[in-house]
Design a binder for this molecule. Structure first.
Ligand SMILES: [Zn+2]
Length: 251
């Protein structure tokens, strides 16, 4: 199967074993099955969901199925045409050394110490791509980077190395939106993750709506396939960024 990036041990050695732990490293779920671990990368459109029943043979979104004795099924699903999500089955002891794990920066949540964050982002790169770079800091994706920057009142196009101490502190505090999101999910979602995840987003994909804090119209800029939303009043000194200008900025 193209989704599996490893073939030794083969997936069927999971038969008869018991899932011992489910945890997360950065954006990657890890399912521990005794001394083996299934490391999953959801990429941008993947989801790991548990179902009561087995998937229909017509289900085209499932990339990987793990069936349990009670007939429930764990599915790695991916929406859209691209098949990019992947999984690796590794001895548990080798997870930390896996190239995708070993290169990760510190976890974004719980937030690393302020000084460590300051060191990590002291790079001449725009905050939007920098914070999504898992090697700089792990666990932030396209939706949450907008939320974190909005919370911190920072422009997505300010460079990490240009931040004042006080701005780094705001960014550090802004990481708490991740903790708040996890808390919300724990309250509103039970064991089964629904197809339509109720993401508590306040600016991401909310262009045209009023900023929940100051009422200014939330704007959007696009770069490649990425959409960024922000409040011009509070994050870019009142400037509305143009896509053309943005693509030049990011080159
Ligand atoms: Zn605002």
């Amino acid at each position: 199967m193209v989704t599996m990036k490893t073939f030794d041990p083969p997936l069927d050695v999971l038969s008869g074993r018991t899932v011992t732990t489910v945890r997360r490293i950065g954006k990657m779920p890890v399912i521990e099955v005794g001394d083996l671990a299934l490391l999953v990368h959801l990429m941008s459109a993947g989801r790991l969901q548990l179902y009561d029943k087995l998937a229909s043979p017509r289900d085209r979104s499932s990339r990987l199925l793990v069936r349990f004795v009670d007939d429930s099924e764990l599915r790695l699903r991916e929406f859209g045409t691209r098949q990019r999500a992947w999984a690796k089955l590794l001895p548990s002891g080798e997870v930390e050394a896996d190239e995708m794990v070993a290169t990760l920066g510190p976890e974004a949540w719980p937030a690393p110490p302020l000084t460590e964050l300051a060191e990590r982002i002291d790079q001449p790169r725009h905050l939007h791509p920098l914070l999504r770079d898992q090697r700089a800091i792990a666990g932030i994706g396209r939706s949450w980077v907008d939320e974190i920057l909005w919370e911190a009142r920072l422009s997505p196009f300010k460079k990490g190395s240009e931040l004042e101490d006080e701005e780094v502190e705001r960014l550090h505090t802004g990481l708490s939106v991740l903790g708040a999101a996890i808390e919300t999910y724990e309250q509103v979602i039970g064991e089964r993750v629904p197809d339509k995840l109720p993401m508590p987003l306040r600016v991401h994909r909310r262009e045209g709506e009023p900023c929940p804090r100051c009422g200014t119209r939330i704007e959007a800029v696009f770069f490649s396939e990425h959409q960024t939303n922000y409040c011009p009043e509070e994050q870019t000194g009142g400037r509305v960024l143009k896509d053309r200008r943005l693509s030049r900025l990011l080159k």
